[in-house]
Design a protein around this ligand. Structure first.
Ligand code: FMN
Length: 326
């Protein structure tokens, strides 16, 4: 029997598989089923900063945008904060796995006072899904990065539970951002968040959304930055997210430096049975390669082993295309 336990964000997980923030974790019954299927931890469906502010400050928050106001009113009604706290305490009572709360936020605003309540309700950690899409031409890169750091700094001062940050890929220097987050006391980063992407229906000339589920090829960017960041900022803890659909990819995430492996689309598409399947593939791989503990091979294939990562990347880039040009 292989030892699958890992320590992620200071939490003891029976295995590295974490169910990502989504509707999959929006009720205690589903969380119980995910635990039974073998999940090592779950991240709850995100509360939105606007939702928190709205409930706290009453309904005139989005008055200038009636559509957003109506949507938020409805969203708030369905997902009231009290209900959310009850979900946390019920999930804690009914399961033994870590329950990670999640807030989707854009500012270091008044919602942060509420973070402590998530902790009081029993959340074991807090994952911040920071969604900042810079749309103003006068906003500089430094402004955007400062906004991330300010949110993380304030949240980490407000709670004692570990905080992780679910990042998007759009940073000029991802390792530098990860290191700056580490110095603001974030315990972990999730690489990467998968944002809503727009699309156009050319027949009806309407704006639509791109597919909500990931494809396995999206994992490649995750693997690159996991392997680079875990080598350059080794004291940070990493969870991989986006494009992990099977056991082999979960093994790659661990080899690249992830301690937590977050999955979402594959559960929606294949059902909860994919969880034991991924764990079985992981164990079989460990037996084949002589590993008894997962913790012994986390980061084994990251960039720490490369003498000159820049030269390596450049050579791979050249080889990649030249192989087709002979
Ligand atoms: C239906 C659905 C709902 C989601 N809701 C949230 C959410 O509330 N908060 C969040 O941080 N991510 C949310 N996500 C993103 C997932 O947590 C995950 O990061 C993304 O799907 C990429 O992982 P995957 O490739 O395993 O699907 C959602 C994804 C899906 C498909």
């Amino acid at each position: 029997m292989q030892a699958l336990e890992v320590n992620y964000l200071g939490l003891a997980l029976k295995n590295p598989l974490i169910v990502s923030s989504s509707g999959l974790t929006s009720t205690a019954e589903r969380i119980v089923s995910l635990e039974r299927a073998g999940a090592g931890a779950v991240v709850l469906k995100s509360l939105f900063e606007e939702q928190i502010n709205m409930e706290v400050a009453s309904a005139d928050y989005y008055n200038d945008y009636p559509e957003a106001h109506d949507y938020l009113s409805e969203y708030t009604r369905q997902h009231s904060l009290t209900q959310h706290m009850e979900l946390i305490s019920e999930a804690k009572k009914k399961t033994d796995i870590p329950i990670i709360a999640s807030v989707c936020c854009t500012t270091a605003g008044e919602w942060i006072d509420f973070a402590e309540k998530l902790q009081d309700a029993g959340a074991d950690a807090l994952e911040l899904n920071i969604y900042l899409l810079p749309l103003g031409k006068d906003t500089t890169t430094a402004d955007v990065e400062r906004a991330y750091l300010e949110i993380v700094d304030r949240v980490c001062r407000a709670v004692t539970i570990p905080v992780s940050v679910k990042l998007g890929q759009q940073f000029t220097n991802i390792p530098a951002t990860v290191e700056a987050l580490f110095y603001r006391k974030a315990k972990g980063v999730v690489l990467f968040n998968r944002y809503y992407d727009p699309d156009i229906d050319v027949d009806n000339l309407t704006m639509t959304g791109a597919p909500v589920f990931s494809s396995p090829s999206e994992f490649r960017t995750v693997l690159r930055w996991l392997a680079i960041c875990s080598a350059l900022v080794p004291n940070m803890q990493y969870a991989a997210s986006t494009g992990i659909h099977d056991g082999k990819t979960a093994v790659k995430a661990l080899l690249g430096g992830a301690t937590g492996v977050e999955i979402c689309s594959t559960i929606y598409q294949n059902g909860m049975g994919i969880i034991p399947h991924i764990l079985q593939t992981l164990e079989t791989w460990m037996v084949k390669h002589g590993y008894t503990r997962v913790e012994d091979f986390i980061g084994k294939m990251n960039y720490a082993g490369l003498k000159d990562p820049a030269a390596y990347e450049r050579t791979q880039f050249m080889r990649y295309f030249s192989s087709l040009e002979k």
